[in-house]
Write a protein that binds this ligand. Structure first.
Ligand SMILES: Cc1cc2nc3c(=O)[nH]c(=O)nc-3n(C[C@H](O)[C@H](O)[C@H](O)COP(=O)(O)OP(=O)(O)OC[C@H]3O[C@@H](n4cnc5c(N)ncnc54)[C@H](O)[C@@H]3O)c2cc1C
Length: 566
C-alpha cells in the first residue's frame, strides 16, 4: 500500500486501537511488536523514520560496562542479552565487535566505584585496571553460556603494544572484550517497519506526519507534505517521541517534565592510517574526567565520539567546534603518532539522548535505563498515554515488549507471539556458515542476470533482502536498472529505485542519510546527488522544480547539520 492509500484509509476510518507517536527505534520496535500481536496500530513521525536520537547513536549494541559502576545491574544484564539477540536476529547489520580499552592507570576508580554506587561520590574519574577487570568479569558472567561473543582478555603493556604498535606507549596495559556493532541502524529501522506492515494489514507507518493537538478523545495529525490535518480516535497512545516527549505531551494538552536530554556528537574520518591502526577493533577509553570516547571502524571510515552535554532544545543539537577539538585531542592521547586534523572529517552528526529528567551532578551518572511513565485518561482525554522514557538502541526489543505488554493489558488482549527469536528484514533465512553463504550466492546468481560480483555486494549490504532487490531489478521497472550509478560505481540504479519505491522515501536526504550510508561515509558528491535526484524523482513523481528544491534542501541540510560542503 502506498502512502496516499494509507492516508486515504486513515482519513475514512479514524478509529485506531493504538497510536504510536515517534518513529525512532523505540516507537518502531513497539509498532512491530503490536503488529505481530494482530493489533491495529498506527505509527507517525513528524520527520523521517530514525531521524532523531536513533540516527545519532555510536552504533554500539552493548551492555555498557560502565553502567555497572552506577549500580545499573538490571540494565546491563538486559542489554547484554539483547545485544546477543541482535547479533542472532539481525546478522546482516549487527556483528560482534572486538573492543580494546587502553589502560593508563592500575588502581584509579577502585574506590570511586563503591562510593558512586552508595551515592557518596558525584565526581566522574578515569577508571584503572582493577576496576575494569571487575567490570569485565561481571560482563562475561551476564553473557551467559551461549557465548555469542568470546570472553574478555587482559594484555600486558608489552603484548598490547605488540598487537597495536601505534597505541600510546604510556599505557600500563589493555583489556579486550566483545560488544556488537550496528553497522546500519537506520536500515534496521526500515526493515522492522517493513516486517510489521508485511505481518499485518492493519499496521500503518507514516513518516512526515506530526501530532499537533488533541481534543474530545481525538488526536489531531498533520501531513507535513500536504499540510492537511485530520483526527484519529485511539484507545491507547504511546508517546515514543524521544527527546521531544514533553513537547509532544504539551501539544496533547498534558504538560510533563519527563526528559532531561544530553547531547552527543560524532565525527566520521577518512583517515587511512588511523583506520589501519584500529583494524576491525573499537577503541573505547576514558579521558581523565571519566567521559567516554570511542574510535571505531565504520566500513572504510573511522567513527569518533561522543560527548555528553545537557541541552534544552533537541532541535538545536549540532556538533560544535569545541567538540571537534575535544575529539581530535582524545585521538592524539590514544594514538599520539598519528596526525589527525579537520581536513579528514567527512561527516559530523549529533543527537539528544532522551534521558529521564534528573538532578545528577554529572551527566554520566544519569540513569541509562528505560521506563514507561503513564498519564491516565482524565478530562476529555479518554485514552492513556504511555511515555517511553530513556532506553538504549541495544534494548529496543525488550523495551518494546514491555510497552506492548502494558498496552495489551489495557486493551484486554493477550500476547500471541514473542519477538525474542524473530529475525529482522534481511536477517531472515540468513546463511550463517561459509558453505551456506556460498550456496545462497550461487543460487541467487543463477536466478538473476546480474554478475556474481553484484550478488555479493548486495548480499553484503542488505543480507537476504538482496534477493527481493535483485528480483525487482530483473523486472527492469527502471531503465538500465542493472547498471551501476555513473557517479558511484558500487551502487546499482535499480537498487536506488527499489529502496525509494518500497521504503517510504519522501525527500532526497531520506535516501542519502537513512536508506543508505552514502552521506555518513562521506561518499556524496554533487554529481552523485544530481544523479540520485533524477532516479528518486522519477520514482516519487517530482517535477523539475521539486527536484531542484530537493537538491537545494539536501545540500543545506548536509552543510548545516553535518558539516558537509559539496
Ligand atoms: C549521541 C548518542 C549516542 C548513543 N549511542 C548509543 C549506542 O551506541 N548504543 C545504544 O544502545 N544506544 C545509544 N544511544 C541511545 C539511543 O540512540 C536512544 O536511546 C534511542 O535511539 C532513542 O530512541 P527513541 O525512539 O526513543 O527516540 P528518537 O529516535 O528520538 O525518536 C523520536 C521520534 O519522535 C519524532 N517526533 C517528535 N515529536 C513528534 C510529534 N509531535 N509527532 C510525531 N513525531 C514526533 C521525532 O521526529 C523522532 O523521530 C545513543 C544516543 C545518542 C544521542
Amino acid at each position: 500500500m502506498n502512502r496516499q492509500a494509507r492516508l486515504d484509509r486513515l482519513t475514512q476510518t479514524p478509529d485506531v486501537t493504538v497510536l504510536i507517536i515517534g518513529g525512532g527505534i523505540n516507537g518502531i520496535a513497539t509498532f512491530r511488536d503490536l503488529a505481530l500481536q494482530g493489533i491495529d496500530v498506527l505509527l507517525v513521525d513528524r520527520a523521517d523514520f530514525c531521524s532523531g536520537a536513533s540516527a545519532a547513536s555510536s552504533h554500539m549494541a552493548h551492555g555498557g560496562i560502565r553502567y555497572l559502576e552506577n549500580g545499573e545491574f538490571r540494565l546491563v544484564r538486559e542489554a547484554v542479552e539483547e545485544r546477543n539477540r541482535l547479533i542472532t536476529n539481525a546478522p546482516h547489520y549487527v556483528s560482534p565487535l572486538p573492543t580494546v580499552i587502553p589502560i593508563f592507570r592500575r588502581l584509579s576508580g577502585l574506590l570511586n566505584a563503591p562510593l558512586k554506587f552508595l551515592g557518596v561520590l558525584d565526581r566522574p574519574a578515569e577508571r584503572g585496571a582493577a576496576i575494569i577487570k571487575l567490570g569485565l568479569l561481571m560482563y562475561d558472567a551476564y553473557t551467559g553460556t551461549e557465548r555469542t561473543v568470546p570472553r574478555h582478555e587482559f594484555l600486558s603493556r608489552r603484548a598490547a603494544l605488540r598487537r597495536y604498535p601505534q597505541l600510546n606507549p604510556a599505557i600500563v596495559g589493555a583489556a579486550e572484550y566483545y560488544d556488537g556493532l550496528i553497522r546500519a541502524p537506520e536500515r534496521l529501522c526500515m526493515e522492522l517497519i517493513a516486517d510489521a506492515e508485511a505481518a499485518s494489514p492493519t499496521a500503518h507507518a507514516l513518516n512526515y506526519v506530526s501530532v499537533v493537538g488533541a481534543a474530545n478523545g481525538q488526536v489531531r495529525l498533520r501531513d507535513e507534505v500536504s499540510g492537511e490535518t485530520w483526527d484519529v480516535r485511539p484507545q491507547v497512545v504511546i508517546n515514543a517521541a524521544g527527546p521531544w516527549i514533553d513537547l509532544t505531551n504539551f501539544a496533547l494538552g498534558k504538560p510533563t517534565r519527563l526528559i532531561g536530554g544530553t547531547k552527543g556528537s560524532h565525527l566520521v574520518l577518512d583517515h587511512g592510517e588511523l583506520r589501519q591502526a584500529i583494524g576491525e577493533h573499537e577503541f573505547f577509553f576514558e579521558n581523565q574526567d571519566g567521559r567516554i570516547v570511542l574510535i571505531c571502524p565504520l566500513a572504510e571510515r573511522v567513527l569518533v565520539g561522543t560527548s555528553d552535554i545537557r541541552i534544552d532544545n533537541p532541535d538545536e543539537a549540532i556538533c560544535t567546534d569545541d567538540e571537534i577539538e575535544y575529539f581530535l585531542g582524545m585521538i592524539a592521547r590514544v594514538f599520539p603518532s598519528i596526525h589527525v586534523d579537520r581536513s579528514q572529517i567527512v561527516f559530523t552528526f549529533s543527537g539528544v539522548r532522551p534521558l529521564p529528567a534528573a538532578d545528577a551532578k554529572s551527566t554520566g551518572q544519569i540513569s541509562r535505563d528505560h521506563s514507561i511513565e503513564v498519564i491516565e485518561p482524565a478530562g476529555d482525554t479518554s485514552f492513556p498515554i504511555l511515555n517511553l522514557v530513556g532506553g538504549k538502541w541495544t534494548t529496543f526489543r525488550a523495551f518494546a515488549e514491555q510497552t506492548a505488554d502494558q498496552a495489551l493489558v489495557r486493551l484486554g488482549r493477550s500476547r500471541q507471539t514473542s519477538t525474542a527469536t524473530v529475525a529482522i528484514g534481511g536477517g531472515k533465512a540468513y546463511p550463517r556458515t561459509p558453505q551456506a553463504r556460498a550456496q545462497w550466492l550461487a543460487q541467487q546468481a543463477t536466478q538473476t542476470n546480474l554478475a556474481a560480483r553484484w550478488v555479493e555486494i548486495l548480499f553484503a549490504r542488505y543480507g537476504t533482502l538482496a534477493a527481493a532487490i535483485m528480483a525487482d531489478i530483473a523486472t527492469q521497472r527502471l531503465e538500465h536498472a542493472d547498471q551501476p550509478l555513473q557517479h558511484q560505481a558500487d551502487y546499482l540504479r535499480g537498487e536506488v529505485a527499489y529502496l525509494a519505491y518500497t521504503e517510504k522515501v519522501i525527500h532526497l536526504d531520506d535516501f542519502i542519510l537513512r536508506r543508505s550510508s552514502l552521506a555518513m561515509l562521506g561518499m556524496v558528491t554533487l554529481p552523485l546527488l544530481e544523479e540520485l535526484a533524477t532516479i528518486i524523482g522519477a520514482t516519487c513523481g517530482w517535477s523539475a522544480v521539486e527536484r531542484q528544491a530537493e537538491l537545494e534542501q539536501t545540500q543545506k541540510r548536509l552543510t548545516e547539520r553535518h558539516g558537509v560542503r559539496l
